[in-house]
Ligand binder design. Structure first.
Ligand SMILES: C[S@@+](CC[C@H](N)C(=O)[O-])C[C@H]1O[C@@H](n2cnc3c(N)ncnc32)[C@H](O)[C@@H]1O
Length: 250
């Protein structure tokens, strides 16, 4: 998939996520056979948040990473979910409210966890937060979509506290080996078919494998993170080396 300009890509991404918002979560579960929940859990574990810490989940979408953070650390002082596609966050807000309308969650409700999550309409290339503000800045499946990886990283590092962590969960460019070829076959054929069936938006799930093909390899993303000023950058490969979780320290 090619775009006429960076602005064209930005607009496509924004409008596309608005179109699939209502079925996004279902498609995620089906496409990853439920494994995406495990990756988000690991991401929050690796964020090593301090007690009463704060977290920014950029490109929060329907909120799964932010929810996981408060599930693992109900004592966080602040979790912000930010995204430029409001319909994605509307689905997330609805899910968050539903979660706490359940009687069983009355106890959690009394601890004030519900109010520790706030939502912010924001472009990740121009974050509306002060410098050195969050203990961890995380994103899931964002970086393939941005029009400037270096600008996105620079903003993530800017709003992260010194000593805090920046984490990126993403689908890197598949390797040029048998596994990569098999993944491409699945990604370029089965996923668009399933996406068309489940969301009615086949093009969104044609863009998905194309954006992974056009993205960085894990070592390249590691270098970009180092160039943005992060230290001790490392990554873990998941799901038969098709998903990467990068971590760096400011
Ligand atoms: C694949 S979804 C990921 C949602 C969520 N992080 C998750 O793990 O399910 C990508 C999200 O990135 C958001 N996004 C893409 N480019 C963005 C940008 N420049 N600024 C803010 N959000 C952006 C989209 O609106 C979408 O909600």
């Amino acid at each position: 998939m090619t775009f006429k300009s960076p602005a064209d890509k930005r607009q496509y991404v924004n409008a596309m996520f608005a179109r699939i918002a209502h079925r996004y979560d279902v498609m995620n579960r089906v496409m990853t056979a439920g494994q995406d929940k495990r990756w988000r859990k690991l991401l929050i574990q690796q964020a090593q948040l301090p007690p009463n810490g704060s977290l920014l989940d950029i490109a929060t979408g329907t909120g799964d990473i932010a929810f996981e953070a408060l599930q693992q650390h109900p004592n966080l002082s602040q979790v912000v979910g930010a995204d430029f596609t409001l319909p994605m966050m509307h689905v997330g807000q609805h899910r968050w409210t539903q979660r706490y309308s359940d009687q069983q969650n009355t106890q959690i409700l009394s601890t004030g966890v519900k109010d520790r999550l706030s939502w912010s309409g924001a472009d990740t290339l121009h974050l509306p937060f002060p410098n050195n503000n969050f203990d961890a800045v995380v994103s899931g499946f964002l970086m393939r979509n941005v029009i400037s990886v270096s600008q996105a990283l620079s903003e993530q590092v800017r709003v992260c506290k010194p000593g805090g962590r920046v984490l990126i969960l993403e689908i890197p460019r598949p390797p040029d080996n048998l596994l990569g070829t098999m993944f491409r076959l699945y990604f370029h054929n089965i996923v668009p078919f399933l996406g068309g069936l489940i969301t009615g938006q086949r093009d969104a799930y044609t863009y998905l494998p194309a954006s992974a093909d056009a993205f960085l390899r894990p070592d390249e993303l590691k270098s970009e993170m180092e160039n943005a000023g992060l230290g001790q950058v490392s990554y873990t490969m998941l799901m038969l080396n098709t998903i990467a979780l990068h971590v760096g320290i400011k």
